[in-house]
Design a protein around this ligand. Sequence first.
Ligand SMILES: [Zn+2]
Length: 248
Amino acid sequence: MNALTVCLKFHGDLSFFLKSNNAIVERQFRKRTSIKDVIESCGVPHPEVDLILVDRKAVDFAHVVERDTEVGVYPINTRILLPENRMQTIHIKKFIADGHLGKLVRDLRLLGFDIVYDPAAEDRQLLGAMKSEERALLTRDRRLLMHAIVQHGYYLRSQNPLEQTIEVLRRFDLSSAFAPFTRCLHCNALLEQVEKSEVIEQLEPLTKIYYEQFRRCTGCGQIYWPGSHFDKLLARIEGIRAALTAEF
Ligand SMILES: [Zn+2]
């Protein structure tokens, strides 16, 4: 067959993923190709795409391009046009993070969000847990995000942990869902309030004297109390809140 010419226009911040600054990309294909593959051949992972218009009609990722076509590709945006054709879910509170994202993971757990993290996990294990536990994938591996099994996910633009946290809170619209100090920073399990008498054997002498309120992790047993580390965590939460409202 003759080559098909597909002219794609990428809207919003999707140009972040393109090789050049030009948001219009022309591609040629020698065979019928799914629109998912056409878009990803330009470097844009499908979980970043919320709406596709082919010759001005909304289509899903399985749509097959069979002739010369003009395509509009739109990112996720909370201010939405054509809401009935949007493909992504905004509000998600369960995540799984790829390796090298430990600080982001700690921030999200500090705010009470459920985020699984095993830096030693292989891609296959990561994707398996993502699917079976219905989690959104957070990663800086574009290839991983393009895997067909990924339904919801996000590519972290920044390498700075605070900026990454803000990106996730904005993408999934989580600013009103904070539940600080409810989840273990080490293992992700929920914390429970315990009586001092239940944990007193495990406390250092000064902690026994000065503190009365304790929480214990229901997973790993770690004990939390409002000691000196607590002020640092509070400051981190305030820093996140301030950064979240600073831009826009
Ligand atoms: Zn724990």
